[in-house]
Design a protein. Structure first.
Length: 443
């Protein structure tokens, strides 16, 4: 048991380093793109493209994880990210600044696509890590392990949030690319020395397929209420696309890129705190209940942290928001690890991620133009200030704040209604019925 736990901690640390490299370059790309173009549309579309890429690749990635040794798939992921970010570095170095830093230039989008692809490959590591929790951690400790994953992810966000803003402001995109490639390459070297106890590959039922959508679907519908949970998370992500597209412009409206990077990083301490509390205390006897209660708190916070142009209110709101995210993610993962057989978990985690994130690109593509051409001008007009000044006060970013408030009201209403559904009752019963993977980790 100690050996398996040690392997898990090494795999977690290695995945964190790899994600540190890819998150660092992706944060930096978003900051750099906004500063060069000053367009909310560009940041919205970049965020939407990332989420759309996750939606398109999650099931294929999950299928690979189910049909191959986890270690080999993780190595391939790291190697692929190094190659793609290396190509992005070449484009950056060889393309004139006037062609690269314009949103109407094809080289801008070629560069962004290469960075995006390198970041997407790192998602294999996250999906594989979720299955390693099932393989290496006993059932009663999986919620704690998922909380530890959340805490480590939070630490990664803190470091990348701070360093990305400082790096773009002080060093430039070229230095950011070099740092990212070096960090991911270092994680690859360490990964090659890691041995994961996986005697046999747990393959799909019947003949293996390159992309097993059917197997993923059948595994999901086999558990009553699981599809409803995925759809609920999808709706939350549809609303969350607003934050994906507008939070960076909101922060950069209030402060410099260096300050925003520091603020976002410091606020990410909430992510560490939330994950650490789960790692210490778990989620209680019903993770699905913990998930919905966390969503209630999340929407209450997100509806209030932009009601004034206040840096301190923004910091506090993001910190609490970040502390809630590990609870939501760990609750869903702990539930899936208990009710879905290990042989199908890669595809189920991939299917859930694909469906859940597919909503965010839609909302980001819609919200960007809606905010830039309608909500923001209206909120800043005399009529808008008269209508919502009592709630939002005066300030430069009141239009974005209004979007946050409207979305949060909708999210809170849907979450409260979810407590009354059959999906909620079915998932409580499925979790209470016992762990289908109880024999995976030997005593």
């Amino acid at each position: 048991m100690r050996t398996r736990s040690r392997v898990f901690h090494h795999a977690l640390a290695n995945t964190a380093v790899a994600l540190l490299g890819t998150a660092f370059i992706w944060f930096a790309l978003t900051f750099w793109a906004y500063l060069e173009t000053r367009s909310v549309l560009v940041t919205s579309w970049l965020g939407a493209a990332y989420m759309l890429g996750m939606a398109a690749t999650s099931v294929p990635f999950g299928t690979l994880i189910d049909q191959h040794h986890k270690h080999r798939v993780m190595v391939a992921s790291a190697a692929g990210s190094v190659v793609l970010l290396g190509l992005a570095s070449a484009v950056y170095l060889l393309t004139p600044d006037d062609d690269l830093a314009r949103s109407d230039s094809p080289w801008f989008w070629v560069f962004a696509a290469l960075v995006l692809s390198g970041a997407l490959l790192a998602n294999i590591r996250g999906l594989a890590l979720a299955t390693l929790v099932t393989m290496l951690i006993v059932s009663e400790r999986r919620a704690n392990a998922n909380g530890l994953v959340g805490a480590v992810n939070g630490a990664t966000m803190l470091v990348t949030g701070v360093l990305s803003g400082l790096a773009i402001g002080q060093l430039g995109m070229g230095a950011v690319l070099v740092i990212s490639v070096v960090v991911i390459a270092a994680s690859l070297v360490h990964l090659l020395t890691l041995r994961i106890p996986e005697a046999t590959v747990v393959a799909a039922d019947g003949a293996p397929q390159a992309v097993d959508f059917r197997g993923a679907w059948l595994a999901v519908v086999a558990v009553k209420g699981l599809l409803g949970l995925i759809l609920f998370s999808t709706f939350n992500n549809f609303l969350g696309g607003v934050f994906m597209g507008l939070l960076d412009p909101y922060g950069l409206t209030l402060m410099s890129v260096e300050a925003w990077g520091i603020v976002f990083g410091v606020s990410s301490v909430g992510f560490i705190v939330g994950g650490a509390l789960i790692a210490r205390f778990g989620l209680g006897p019903q993770p699905i209940r913990a998930l919905l209660l966390a969503c209630v708190v999340m929407w209450l916070v997100s509806g209030t942290f932009t009601i004034r142009d206040s840096v301190w209110l923004l910091v506090a709101g993001i910190a609490v928001y970040m502390a809630i995210i590990p609870v939501i993610e760990a609750s869903e993962q702990t539930l899936l690890q208990r009710v879905v057989p290990l042989a199908k978990q890669g595809r189920v985690f991939g299917f859930a991620q694909a469906v859940e994130v597919s909503a965010a690109p839609v909302s980001a593509f819609v919200i960007g133009p809606l905010a830039e051409f309608w909500i923001i001008p209206y909120a800043e007009s005399p009529a808008g200030r008269e209508a919502f000044g009592w709630l939002l006060g005066d300030g430069e970013a009141r239009g974005i704040a209004l979007m946050f408030v409207l979305v949060s009201v909708i999210g809170l209403a849907v979450t409260l209604l979810a407590f009354l559904t059959r999906t909620y009752r079915h998932l409580k019963a499925a979790y209470a019925a016992g762990d289908v993977n109880a024999d995976v980790v030997p005593d």
